[in-house]
Design a protein around this ligand. Sequence first.
Ligand code: HEM
Length: 451
Amino acid sequence: MGMEGESMAATCTVVAMVVGGLVLGYLYGPYWAVRRVPGPTAIPLVGHLPLMAKDTRWSTMRNTILSVYQPSHLAGLIPTMQDFINSATQTLDQPSCTGEDQDIIFSKLSLGLATDIIGQAAFGVNFNLSNPKPTSDGDTEVYDFINQHIYSTTQLKMDLSGSFSIILGLLIPILQEPFRQILKRVPGTMDWKVDRTNRNIASRLNDIVGKRMREKERGSKDFLSVILNSRDSDSVSKNVFSPDYISAVTYEHLLAGSATTSFTLSSTVYLVAGHPEVERKLVEEIDGFGPSDLIPTAHDLQTRFPYLDQVIKESMRFYMVSPLIARETSKEVEIGGYTLPKGTWVWLAPGVLSKDPKNFPEPEKFKPERFDPNGEEEKGRHPYAFIPFGIGPRSCIGQKFSIQEIKLTIIHLYRKYLFRHSPNMETPLELEFGIVLNFKHGVKLRVIKRN
Ligand code: HEM
């Protein structure tokens, strides 16, 4: 190549670099402007459009399944819930649980129970964890599935005990995904285990969804059936609810509905066990309802157990199971004097709010009476100070479902038993911070049979 050719090539390279720089600048300029504000990375050319598309799909889904969470439907679920509660708590009558030095790991019992109940409601499948004796190959399958589900739930950590890519992502977000992609191929790493588990779960869910899709008569009781029926009857839904998407939201329900409810149940029993005066008032209210085999109706649950209401709220305030809630601004907005550009992620911290002494005097004290609707504290409190289920159009869809389940379980338990902290349990309680809070070493209790 002569001198002229070389200088031509050099000029072309410079021009290409300048043009490339301009294109990159154009694509990433808006992102650069908000680089200090945490949020999802904009994809070149399409920006955040995929997220918005997801959102439309979600609202169609949410509207479709809302019927499953309507009061009339929930009321009809009471016998199903009660059956699972009876069978999950049966083991508490056995000498291996009621002996003086016997610990029960209550958090395990409650996770099995909550998973069974949501499994039935979401999939129409009995995982049978409340009656833990595999009897056939089919049952073993379910066991494996649930164990994987529990494993993946407990791996959703945001502290320094999570997988390496998650830890790295906390420090240098841009490196998280590339490292995850590499580490998930390295056997033995946490990323590899999580990936393998997630793929197993996904394939099992696809099997369940596929099987239910082929069913002609599937009823309309559970969430999966409602979505599949709507998919069969309406062409819009057919496009919106692809089989993969259905598996993903079904899994989301299983996850959202089991770990949260189970944590709340366990922390309530744990806190009541450490507060004899609260226990006395609670047992008095429960005994006052009627004979011990009288199952409360949905209306009874709402109106006849005001102190139980306060105990559950105070437990949820004390240990806020979902400590963080994410939102993304759909347009530029000013919050507290800060201008947030469109597309900014905003994190709400209900756990911080619930320990604010302005709204909850002596926040480190467990005092259910602070939620007494006739008390000064409750009347004077900011209406959004206590938001364990989130707030607005994306708030928890399963709120009533879980409260019904928690109330039924607590009533059933305290009719028959009292609980004490096991001496083998750490003080104070140690927690693991993830997408949902978890107990580091479980909740170990001693059971006292009443009468
Ligand atoms: C004590 C139990 C529970 C707690 C504390 C809880 C808490 C939450 C919170 C804080 C959110 C985020 C809300 C927001 O972004 O504003 C949420 C969302 C959600 N929860 Fe729950 N939840 C519980 C039980 C359940 C149950 C039992 C189910 C299912 C039956 C469920 C299904 C969902 C779903 C599907 C969403 C996403 C809603 C959406 O994005 O439109 N949750 N939950």
